[in-house]
Design a protein around this ligand. Structure first.
Ligand SMILES: NC(=O)c1ccc[n+]([C@@H]2O[C@H](COP(=O)([O-])OP(=O)(O)OC[C@H]3O[C@@H](n4cnc5c(N)ncnc54)[C@H](OP(=O)(O)O)[C@@H]3O)[C@@H](O)[C@H]2O)c1
Length: 246
């Protein structure tokens, strides 16, 4: 995408105060989109990023909270009067070894699904009429390799991302032609989320054909590609340096 390609388009990027969301917000703004930066509690970082990006605003909201979702959509329309792009990136996890079934309590499942699945669903439903009105609406969900292979930070997290990936296909099936729906499924990405995961990172470098972990920009690059891919819907693109092959 070149400078100005998304001029006048409005994009919500959930969880964009750091990591993949921040890189995506920066990339969208670089090609002209007016970005709504969002986070749940990192307000300072979110406000600082919005101040850097031309035309961007910051809106604090927890995507798992119905009132937060309502405020995020209302705030976007108030600021920009339209919505064209939704990047459902906000997510959460808890590190639990897969064999430790007792530790993956129903409370853990609920907490993770509240954000990764129910929150994403609520925001998507609230945004859909506005994306349909755009005439060229697009949704990109940030899933995970863990949703496609028996891996990831915990079983509830992996299952939540499997749900998100399948939700992507189901939504694409009913929202065309007005709205395209795709997802990226990253492997291991260098973000604050994985700051302490040195052993896992070494494993990825040793195993993946591309011999490195991802940068947030690697993932943002594919998200932007999907935003611009006008004849692609219902796809989940693995962004894992080929790790799934091994
Ligand atoms: N890093 C990886 O290796 C990796 C791999 C595969 C998939 N992913 C996925 O990529 C996405 C982004 O992860 P990341 O690695 O970039 O993490 P990150 O740097 O920790 O960023 C997470 C962002 O999500 C926000 N957030 C969390 N819960 C939220 C909520 N309920 N409502 C609104 N915002 C919320 C955080 O804001 P606050 O700080 O305010 O909570 C932060 O802005 C997640 O969906 C994750 O599952 C990451």
């Amino acid at each position: 995408m070149t400078e100005g390609t998304l001029a006048g388009k409005v994009a919500i990027v959930t969880g964009s105060s750091s990591g993949i969301g921040e890189a995506t917000a920066r990339s969208l703004a670089a090609v002209g989109a007016l970005v709504v930066v969002n986070s749940r509690q990192s307000t300072e970082a979110g406000e600082a990023l919005a101040a850097e990006l031309p035309g961007a605003v910051y809106l604090q909201a927890d995507v798992a909270d119905p009132a937060g979702v309502e405020a995020l959509v209302a705030g976007t329309l108030e600021a920009h009067g339209r919505l064209d792009i939704l990047v459902n990136n906000a997510g959460t996890t808890q590190l639990i070894a897969h064999h430790d079934l007792e530790a993956a309590t129903v409370e853990v499942w609920r907490r993770i699904f509240e954000v990764n699945v129910f929150g994403t669903w609520q925001l998507t439903v609230a945004c859909t009429p506005h994306l349909q009105a755009s005439g060229d609406g697009v949704i990109v969900n940030v899933s995970s390799l863990a949703g496609h292979r028996p891996t990831g930070s915990s079983i509830p997290y992996a299952a939540s991302k499997a749900a998100l990936s399948h939700m992507t296909l189901l939504l694409a099936n009913v929202l065309g032609p007005a709205v395209r729906v795709n997802a990226v499924a990253p492997g291991l990405v260098d973000t604050p989320w994985t700051e302490d995961w040195d052993t896992l990172k070494a494993g990825v470098r040793a195993m993946a054909p591309l011999q490195r972990t991802a940068t947030p920009e690697d993932v943002a690059h594919v998200i932007l590609g999907l935003v611009g891919a006008r004849y692609v819907t219902g796809e989940v693109v693995l962004v894992d340096g080929g790790l799934h092959l091994r």
